[in-house]
Design a protein around this ligand. Structure first.
Ligand code: CAA
Length: 379
């Protein structure tokens, strides 16, 4: 067993760390407060090759492994969780899906632009009545001649407003459950497509989330991903990988919470000594460090299994539950260690707590992850 990162992985870690500090740290509190999309940062992430990291260079991707990707997400999330989710969705839900399941026509015309950052992707599975019960969707894609005509409403779509292309899941055959779901790539410019208002969220406020409306949108049949009826399996297989990205995002938030807690507790003097001299604070720091290290190891193991093309779904779910619960706990304790200062927006640590919460919810709630883990044990 080898725990060392390769030279390439170390370089990616250093590059992502320096990039996040230089390009994302400035203004992160204001972007959160005012819901300002990190346009410049996202553009530069594309230029850096971080928007299609795991894709074959044939499609302009970085050809990197999943461990490298998880390291980069962690470093970006450590500074700006909003930017990291945009990066995560584009890499693991959009590019990975297209590379794994789409035709060469789609790879040539869509994937090759998403990997460079020229275009941005979104993943649209959920609907108002179907969140965890993801196959229970009402959006219909009806075959009419050489097109599919789509009508329906999708919701909670990350990057819905700022993206160019959407991976859409819709029902092509009704009454047969998940076997009637198909996946498409949709250009936002097509007639009949519109976005709702940006949602007013608790955290990751600089990323956009919105509803998408399809009013008889014509999708050419070439834009069907895989075969008709394969959409739900494509979604679940893709989410297995996405969960590694969200786990890495949670890890970045947890690490930022520990970093801030260590430096504040050494500076803050109460009763004539730094508060870090108290065991009550030290034990919190120790628990954070322990759980962060454990999260990192599970994430790396899930990434390793994925790169080896082994069954990695349950391990990705373990990584997501463990890292997101660690992020929530670490960020809450970070605010506690900061006391009254932590409760103020200006210190930026209450943002970590708000950002951490979504990692327990999106790309499958912690409860759904436990369902996936238990199924792996019992099957
Ligand atoms: N990969 C491929 N296929 C899979 C699979 C996987 N990981 N897991 C199951 N399948 C297959 C099954 O074998 C089954 O196929 P057959 O009928 O041919 O045997 C089919 O898919 C359906 O499986 P289930 O009957 O197990 O499906 P289910 O309806 O019981 O759901 C679930 C299982 C795990 C609960 C799933 O619905 C789920 O993961 N729900 C959560 C949805 C989710 O994560 N949504 C996130 C939205 S996207 C998002 O958040 C992005 C963002 O903006 C950041």
């Amino acid at each position: 067993m080898n725990f060392d990162l390769t030279d390439e992985q170390l370089l990616i870690q250093q590059t992502a760390r320096e990039f996040a500090l230089a390009e994302l740290a400035d203004g992160v509190i204001e972007r959160d407060e005012k819901k300002i999309w990190p346009a410049e940062g996202i553009k530069k992430l594309g230029e850096l090759g971080f928007m299609g990291m795991m894709v074959d260079p044939k499609w302009n991707g970085g050809g990197m492994d999943t461990i490298s990707y998880s390291i980069a997400i962690e470093e970006i999330a450590r500074i700006d969780a909003s930017a990291s989710v945009v990066m995560s969705v584009n890499n693991s839900l959009v590019c990975y899906l297209l590379e794994s399941f789409a035709s060469d026509f789609i790879k040539e015309n869509y994937l090759s632009k998403l990997t460079t950052g020229e275009k941005l992707g979104a993943f649209s599975l959920s609907e108002p009545q179907s969140g965890s019960d993801a196959s229970n969707m009402k959006t219909i894609a009806k075959k009419v001649g050489d097109d599919y005509v789509v009508s329906g409403t999708k919701n909670w779509v990350t990057s819905g407003i700022n993206c160019d292309y959407v991976i859409l899941f819709a029902v092509t055959k009704q009454g047969i459950g998940h076997k009637g779901v198909s996946a498409f790539v949709v250009d936002k410019e097509w007639e009949g497509f519109s976005c709702g208002k940006p949602e007013n969220k608790l955290g990751i406020r600089a990323s956009d989330t919105c509803e998408l409306y399809f009013d008889n949108v014509k999708i050419p049949k070439e834009n069907l991903i895989g075969e008709e009826g394969m959409g739900f399996k494509i979604a679940l297989a893709t989410l297995d990988g996405g969960r590694i990205g969200i786990a890495a995002q949670a890890l970045g938030i947890a690490q930022a919470s520990l970093d801030a807690s260590i430096s504040y507790s050494k500076e803050r003097i109460q009763f004539g000594k730094p508060i870090s001299a108290n065991q009550g604070i030290q034990f919190k720091l120790a628990d954070m460090a322990m759980e962060i290290e454990a999260s990192r190891l599970i994430i790396r193991q899930a990434a390793y299994l994925k790169d080896k093309h082994l069954n990695f779904g349950p391990m990705a779910s373990m990584a997501k539950v463990y890292a997101s619960e660690t992020a929530m706990k670490a960020s809450t304790n970070c605010v506690q260690i900061h006391g009254g200062n932590g409760y103020m927006r200006e210190t930026g640590v209450e943002r970590l707590m708000r950002d951490a919460k979504i990692t327990q919810i999106y790309e499958g709630t912690s409860e759904i992850q436990r369902v996936v883990i238990a199924r792996g044990l019992l099957n």
